[in-house]
Design a binder for this molecule. Sequence first.
Ligand code: PBG
Length: 326
Amino acid sequence: MAFPIQRLRRLRSSVSIRRLVQETRLSTDQLIYPLFVQDGVEGKSEIASMPGQYRRSLPELLKETTEAFYLGIPAVILFGIPKNKDEYGSEGFDPDGIVQQAVRAIKKETPELLVMTDVCIDEYTSHGHCGVVKDGKILNDETLSLLVKMALTHVQAGADVVAPSDMMDGRVEAIRKGLDDNGYEDVPILSYAVKYASCFYAPFRDAACSSPEFGDRKTYQMDPANRREAIREAMLDIEEGADMLMVKPALPYLDILREIKDSFDLPVAAYQVSGEYAMIKAAAEKGWIDERKAIFESLLSMKRAGADIILTYFAKEMAQMLTEGK
Ligand code: PBG
């Protein structure tokens, strides 16, 4: 049966009927708020390419996490900016490093707020790569023990979830084993399973001063052209013990998100990355798009594509909008 019997506009005729038949809904329950914490500074400094986002000292971070908690945001993920960077990213696995301190402080202040940590050495290495570098090569197996150390110090400080983002092969297995051997078998791993070598991370690297000193990340992050490989990445991470999977970036990879969601039963997270944030901010600043509507629509598209969880720098704005019922 078709037109004129069928008229799809009937169910679009008022706000109330649209509310009834809406297929996808966003909720504050799904949000993870990424935050930068910087060692050895006071106050906070705005990230030039991410207006409204800051590198924060520990006291500033605590103000923000507490505010996020009272807005109903269930989780934050922390990125550290160390005082000094070196070849191995030592401050990243220092039990007294800035992220470890931050985890302890947040868990004390707001114990119910879930604290996740990004596990990767690039913010801490002088060369800016996510692995140990030797003769211009990024070494895989030599990096694993550093990642394990880092994850373990995060968990010892009280981190609820660790999220490896380095894309070394075998890191999930190594971290799972490292945690289990130390009695942390109940701490979940959110794997950045499908992470593309994307230009959309540029503002993040500006924030963390983590641009690679030479070359690029194409020998470890995925080729944006590849779809089947994403399935293999996810499958291997599940075999290695991942509890949740992430697809990153989000908006340019909604097809991948849907495919991962349909292929596996694990909760799937989408990361609306720094460049996606920056594009919305920049266009809104020029008055070319409506910021709130762009936030809503882009996050809704991730949910529709299959995301159970969304990491977004807009977490607070989104939570506020959802509370106001807009
Ligand atoms: C690596 C890491 C990066 C991001 C999250 N974890 C940077 C990179 O891979 O270069 C990017 C997140 C974003 O762009 O918002 N530690």
